[in-house]
Design a protein around this ligand. Structure first.
Ligand code: ADP
Length: 265
């Protein structure tokens, strides 16, 4: 498998919120592993795509989940007509060929899976493939990035302390209102007035966080609402479908949120 399919040809639009671009570039220049920390839908994935493009590196993204095993990352022997043949997993491919490997929502993975990244995140920079009896030294361009949403943290699902401490963390949160409105204009194709209204609705929903809502509306949700508006849906129905209904199943919370939206319109 070659890396060409994982190269990003066109600049992914990313609007910086703080000094995250400089921080990531500095960490990459030293190949330090990076943790992007923040709620869902606030631009972490877009940011890493932008950085891979900017640094001219291929990007291999893995969406982590609880059934993921170390073999899903590292690789496995598969049956072929000529016998069993080894297939590199996405992590091994990135390590051998020098890509940025992005493990999205790493806490979803079981802790015994997560530990395979340990020898890659310190001075050793190696990936042991136990099943193949091979030690793969990391290509000089290889770097590891993970995302982590502290909001989902629970005793059963958290990163091991020994994993956390290996990473340089960059904090992400929702951008300020003017920046977020500019993102919504650009991504949804709505006018500034509509975007500002959606951002105000987003802010109201975020104020309900901790009062029955696990998380407020993300930038992603505001963009979805904007896209519906751009496609001709009225803003009330658009916010209902893109924000209120997906975010909560609780009827009282739904009413409170609908009320908060109505107060902005
Ligand atoms: P996360 O990975 O944090 O869950 P994403 O990177 O998928 O979130 O962000 C969701 C969407 O929000 C993106 O597809 C993009 O359209 C938009 N977005 C969020 N923040 C930014 C930003 N700073 N610049 C450009 N687009 C952004």
């Amino acid at each position: 498998m070659n890396l060409d399919a994982y190269r990003i040809a066109d600049e992914p639009y990313y609007r910086p919120v703080g000094n995250e671009i400089e921080l990531f570039a500095a960490a990459y220049s030293d190949r330090l592993p990076v943790m992007l920390k923040g709620p869902t839908g606030c631009g972490k994935t877009r940011f890493v795509e932008h950085m891979a493009w900017k640094l001219g590196r291929a990007l291999i993204t893995v969406a982590c989940h609880e059934d993921m095993t170390a073999s899903d990352l590292a690789g496995r022997f598969l049956l072929a007509p000529e016998g069993t043949v080894w297939h590199d997993g996405p992590l091994t491919m990135a390590v051998r060929q020098g890509a940025i490997c992005y493990l999205d929502e790493i806490v979803e993975a079981r802790q015994d899976t997560t530990v395979v990244i340990h020898p890659l995140t310190d001075a050793r920079r190696i990936l042991p493939l136990d099943k193949k009896n091979e030690l793969v030294p990391a290509h000089p361009d290889f770097a590891l990035t993970i995302s982590y949403n502290p909001g989902y943290q629970s005793a059963v699902k958290d990163l091991k302390e020994s994993t956390k401490q290996r990473f340089v963390a960059i904090e992400f949160s929702y951008p300020d209102a003017a920046t977020e409105a500019a993102i919504v204009v650009r991504e949804a194709g709505v006018d500034e007035k509509t975007a500002s209204l959606l951002v105000a609705i987003g802010e109201r929903s975020r104020n309900l966080r901790g009062h029955g809502l696990e998380e407020g509306a993300s930038t992603r949700m505001l963009i979805h609402a904007g896209r519906l508006v751009a496609a001709g849906v009225d803003i009330r129905s658009a916010t209902q479908s893109s924000i209120v209904l997906p975010i909560t199943d609780d009827l009282e919370m739904r009413d409170a949120l609908t009320g908060a939206v109505a107060a902005c319109l």
